[in-house]
Design a protein around this ligand. Structure first.
Ligand code: THG
Length: 378
């Protein structure tokens, strides 16, 4: 084992408008995403947070989900060039989970795209520099468009009591927001974009604050409204995310992977009339057939360590894949994981062996994503 070291945080690792509250509530660790700090835990264990998120409501500082704003007469054209998802029928007020790919069909990012108007989009990005890619494309294609990282700071309210909490502040309008749609509702006289979305499967909202000076007031309003609903400060929960099959760029997938391997084929259009960067490469990959794909993995009856480097998956001592994220699930009473499985071994229930970074071996099996409830052993 290596000695634990501290990671020094300077101005290059940005805080958010909510950082003062997050620290007052006792944040215990940060990760860094898009050069912005992301709270990773508070005073509870990841398992306590998991149960709490499934039953109550949590407030997450997800300001690291930066918004790349694409604005101007060619905004729709540039946004469509970057993704295989067909946005031609997109309506203002809709959100789209969408892979972004390069000319080789390698994953660049997997943002939620928000259509703000016919000429204005936000790409709510995962951890890679989409602004530079978009600016380069705009320049190279000679597009009439402005690309910038917007001064917008998402805050997530997640969990089954999210509607109750936000109704206290925004009224019943908030309940009417449909999944992956957004509305502008007023906060202290300022229009605030509220979407029904978030990095959990427990329901909830994301509030895209475009006026950072209102950050602490917004946090406090939600925190105070949440008191009668047992609100806690929180962060994307690893157990919940793995069980829900939500992917993390840089962990489950990198630029070396294509969206078909990542199980994102439902977000890839091959319509002959649609044009996007990487389409020829993606068509070729599809025609040849992919050789690996993301799956769930259930393994072991003892808690595994955190997965910091990909772990080997084998069948009869032959490597057939890797585990990229793994954690003990108190509900499945086994470790749950995400990984890439080779073709021929990716069928649910296929028995496999996982070897962790300490050399510990576990018996396991492949499962479909999201993790089926029927896999819970009684
Ligand atoms: N919210 C916002 N921005 C983000 C994330 C987020 N940017 C970074 C990161 N998360 C992007 N990754 C994901 C992954 C999955 C989903 C959203 C963002 C997600 N998926 C739904 C699911 O799998 O059930 C499907 C959505 C759909 O069907 O369109 O929600 O969390 N703002």
């Amino acid at each position: 084992m290596t000695t634990p070291v501290k990671l020094t945080v300077s101005r290059r690792q940005r805080g958010t408008p909510y950082t003062a509250r997050v620290e007052a509530l006792g944040v215990s660790a940060y990760s860094i995403v898009n050069r912005t700090i992301l709270p990773k835990g508070f005073r509870k264990t990841v398992e306590e947070d998991y149960w709490h998120l499934r039953e109550h409501v949590q407030l997450w500082d997800v300001g690291c989900q930066r918004q790349i704003e694409v604005c101007g007469p060619d905004a729709a054209k540039l946004t469509q060039l970057m993704t295989p998802r067909d946005l031609r029928k997109a309506k203002v007020g809709q959100c789209f989970y969408a892979p972004l790919i390069d000319a080789n069909a390698g994953m660049i990012n997997d943002p939620i795209i928000l259509k703000l108007s016919e000429n204005r989009f936000w790409l709510s990005i995962a951890d890679s520099d989409v602004a530079l890619w978009a600016k380069g494309l705009a320049q190279g294609y000679g597009l009439d468009v402005a690309v910038q990282e917007a001064d917008v700071w998402p805050l997530a309210v997640q969990g089954p009591k999210s509607d109750d909490v936000l109704e206290t502040i925004f009224g019943s309008d908030v309940r009417e927001i449909r999944f992956f749609r957004f509305k502008w509702l007023e906060f202290q006289g300022h229009p605030l974009l509220i979407a029904r979305s978030g990095y959990s499967k427990q329901g909830g909202f994301e509030l895209y604050l475009d006026k950072p000076s209102l950050g602490l007031a917004l946090w406090d309003a939600i925190w105070n409204a949440g008191q009668s609903f047992n609100i806690s400060p929180g962060s994307p929960n690893l157990i919940e995310r793995v069980e829900g099959g939500l992917l993390s760029l840089g962990n489950e997938m990198t630029n070396a992977n294509n969206p078909l391997e990542c199980g994102l084929e439902q977000y890839c259009s091959f319509d002959p009339d649609l044009h996007y960067i990487g389409k020829t490469a993606l068509e070729r990959i599809r025609a040849a057939g992919i050789t690996q794909q993301i799956r769930g993995v259930l393994f072991g009856t003892q808690k595994c360590p955190p997965c910091r480097q990909p772990w080997r998956i084998s069948v009869e001592e032959m490597q057939v894949g890797i585990v990229t994220t793994a954690i003990w699930s108190p509900r499945f009473k086994q470790n749950v994981a995400l990984g890439m499985l080779d073709r021929g071994y990716w069928t649910p229930n296929h028995p496999i062996v996982i070897t962790d970074e300490n050399g510990q071996r576990y018996a396991g099996k492949v499962v479909a994503l999201p993790f089926p409830e029927t896999a819970i052993s009684t």
